[in-house]
Design a protein around this ligand. Structure first.
Ligand code: SAM
Length: 458
């Protein structure tokens, strides 16, 4: 298998002692956009000295700004089914938890989607527990179709990323046919003995099958895949090196690595206590992980959910995270049920602010909230997308599209305060655009939006 346990353990051991000069050399290498080696990343992972940590944050922040500019992509999760045949020790949906399981009917999906559209969302992550009978691929496909064809007065969902259990090439082909954005699957942990322990007596417990899910997805033509680790299950240093290894495996075999990596941290859920897990990350370590991932995988989007507090989210956006969820509920039918996550949520959330509140904070810190979904609609996926990011060409479309889609949001969903703040920010960012042709096109699109047009992008 492509996760080499001995190698990872060896590199971590070998790099335990290092000098400040070595850390500086590695950071300079990252800033020069030279790919970091396993040894480089392992060395950074061992850093604990606060002066050196500040240097890591600074370098990660610089890289982030150069590659992603000020854009932050927004999305929301939609839980369609909490039926689950697995008994994952960390999850509120585990088989042993006895509660009234639900699967949304197509009408309920329309209702949930309408609520999400009323919040201004354009991009969803469809979430479901694993259950081949109650939530089979045909149900998922129907749900996707219902989401794409649910239009509310002010908008519609334009991209659905899908986070469902590892499956077969045939099922992935069907997902490809349903026009999904990214196929997301968290490895949870790359550490095999831990993986097998936390997924004991579960369909999900087959380490190799889970690990090779993206190989099957790629074979099926799904070339935008999003990985992730549930931080808190095993040693974070091991997980970061293994994520790198997985990414390199995908690059080597399919010409493209992870489109995104998610960094969920383990949260309290029904039927588990946080202190049962010996590898829980404190805030300081979590920040370090985000910054090092930014340096190790500079061209991969980093996704942060509402599992984190507003304070933490604000901080890690500065040096790593490029996509965040907002206004999220983590239960089936939960948007309707009050927006509080309902009773049977998968785990607790720590950012309960409204979308508009989150956007105001982003704007105040100079970020452009982006509702862009253009890339996959324009066929810029997989290798093509990766090439554009590595050459910096992607900036030519991402910045204008972020400004345009954010203006669309503000005009349709913003309050007076957001409108005022945002017009100022958008104006400032447009003025700062160096390419005159792009500037002209962007101004033209912004004018069209003000005249009532919607869904425009470059
Ligand atoms: N059933 C699919 C699978 O097996 O991959 C989708 C998983 S679930 C809807 C989405 C993710 O929630 C999981 O992959 C897991 O990482 C995360 N999750 C589960 N329990 C959690 C907890 N207690 N705290 C934080 N995240 C959790």
């Amino acid at each position: 298998m492509f996760i080499k346990d001995d190698f990872i353990q060896g590199v971590l051991k070998e790099t335990k002692t290092y000098t400040a000069a070595e850390v500086d050399r590695i950071l300079q290498k990252a800033l020069n956009k030279v790919e970091l080696s396993y040894k480089d990343v392992a060395t950074l992972l061992h850093v604990s000295d606060s002066e050196q940590m500040q240097k890591i944050y600074k370098a990660a922040g610089k890289i982030k700004k150069e590659i992603y500019g000020d854009r932050i992509v927004l999305f929301a999760p939609l839980y369609v089914s909490d039926f689950c045949v697995n008994n994952c020790s960390y999850c509120g949906y585990k088989r042993d938890n006895k509660f009234q399981r639900q699967r949304l009917s197509q009408k309920q999906i329309q209702e949930e989607v309408t609520l999400l559209e009323e919040m201004g969302h354009k991009r969803l992550a469809l979430e479901a527990g694993e259950d081949p009978i109650n939530c089979n691929i045909e149900y998922v496909l129907k749900a996707i179709d219902t989401i794409y064809s649910t239009y509310s007065k002010r908008g519609e969902i334009r991209r659905i990323n899908v986070n469902i259990a590892a499956t077969s090439v045939e099922d992935y082909k069907k997902l490809k046919g349903a026009d999904i954005g990214t196929y997301i699957l968290f490895q949870e942990t790359y550490h095999k003995p831990t993986f097998e322990r936390v997924h004991a007596n579960s369909k999900k417990g087959d380490y190799n099958y889970h690990l090779t899910a993206f190989d099957r997805a790629m074979e099926a033509g799904l070339d935008d895949v999003g990985g992730g680790v549930l931080f808190g299950l095993a040693d974070y240093k091991y997980e970061v090196l293994a994520l790198m290894m997985h990414n390199l495996h995908l690059e080597k075999h399919y010409g493209v690595g992870f489109h995104t990596v998610s960094v969920p941290r383990l949260k309290k859920a029904e039927g588990m206590e946080i202190n049962e897990f010996p590898h829980i990350l404190d805030d300081k370590t979590f920040k370090k992980v985000v910054a090092i991932l930014r340096l190790a995988l500079p061209y991969t989007g980093l996704i942060l959910s509402t599992r984190e507090t507003p304070k933490m989210r604000k901080e890690v956006i500065e040096y790593g995270v490029s996509q965040i969820s907002a206004g999220s509920c983590t239960g089936v039918n939960a948007y309707k049920a009050s927006g509080s996550g309902g009773e049977n949520k998968q785990f607790d959330v720590d950012d309960n602010r409204t979308v508009v509140e989150i956007l105001k904070e982003l704007v105040d810190s100079g970020h452009i909230p982006s509702y862009c979904t253009a890339c996959y609609r324009q066929g810029r996926t997989g290798e093509k997308f990766a090439k554009m990011t590595k050459t910096g060409q992607i900036q030519n479309v991402c910045t204008p599209n972020a400004l345009i889609t954010f203006m669309e949001f503000v005009l349709n969903y913003g309050d007076r305060e957001l409108l005022k703040k945002s017009e100022k920010l958008i104006d400032f960012k447009v003025k700062g655009m160096k390419n005159n042709e792009l500037k002209k096109q962007t101004i033209n699109c912004l004018e069209k939006l003000k005249n009532g047009k919607k869904d425009i992008f470059l």
